[in-house]
Unconditional design. Structure first.
Length: 248
């Protein structure tokens, strides 16, 4: 199931107390931005979570999910040295690089029926960690990949009910109008595509391949005196350093 580290900052929510929060260990997960060329630029594939899901019901997300034991034991055509150069060094995930990539490939097959081929199809795009204080936390690599030619994406009709190919700007406009539910990290990730939105998929993939460092991004929760969520801060924003949380 898609487990990008997103949450809805507009809904009432109470953060865990500090001791309970520290006991929640982020679970390794992967998600993939599958891209295809379109008439006015590229589109990205997004799947809609079931309204009955316990996690992010009704939200549009990218195909993805938590790493499982089989992913950790996966093998692939890339050597350890290739993975170290292309994924480990850039994302700082160390020996788990193959498991992250294998999970990304598996979740695309399971959730939308797309076989992306080998790990070489994936380029790291970003690295998010769910904020301290939430009951579910994920340490997630976001990959980008070209949609495989000749394949048709289909929802699994279990965890996902439908899917859409959307231009980044159109997705954000629909979200702003209340027609396309996305949560925090998903919105931020879609925004990261805007500088490339009018171009071709290959230009974005080339940019991703040239990225030298993708350290984990640690949002922090803005809480009131009763530990109710009042907002989210990203590194570099005013007040970030004074908030509870992980990361630099």
């Amino acid at each position: 199931m898609p487990l990008s580290p997103c949450f809805n900052s507009t809904l009432p929510m109470q953060a865990l107390d500090p001791s309970a929060a520290r006991a929640v260990v982020p679970r390794a997960a992967s998600t993939t931005l599958v891209l295809r060329d379109a008439a006015s630029g590229f589109e990205v594939l997004m799947v809609k979570r079931s309204p009955h899901a316990s996690f992010m019901p009704g939200a549009y997300v990218f195909p993805g999910g938590a790493i499982d034991a089989a992913d950790a034991d996966a093998t692939g055509p890339e050597s350890a040295a290739e993975l170290a150069e292309r994924i480990c060094r850039v994302t700082r995930v160390g020996a788990r690089a193959l498991a992250y990539a294998a999970a990304a490939l598996r979740e695309c097959r399971e959730e939308c029926g797309l076989d992306l081929g080998s790990t070489r199809a994936l380029q790291p795009w970003s690295h998010w960690v769910t904020p301290l204080g939430l009951p579910k936390r994920f340490d997630t690599l976001f990959f980008v990949a070209r949609a495989p030619a000749g394949q048709v994406a289909r929802p699994d009709h279990a965890e996902t009910t439908t899917l859409e190919w959307v231009a980044p700007r159109a997705a954000l406009e629909a979200h702003g109008a209340g027609r396309f539910q996305m949560e925090f990290a998903t919105v931020q990730t879609v925004r990261s595509l805007l500088p490339f939105g009018g171009g071709a998929v290959q230009a974005l993939l080339d940019h991703a391949a040239a990225l030298a460092d993708l350290p984990p991004l640690h949002p922090r929760l803005k809480l009131d005196a009763g530990r109710q969520l009042r907002g989210i801060a990203l590194p570099g924003e005013p007040g970030y350093e004074a908030l509870e949380g992980d990361g630099p």
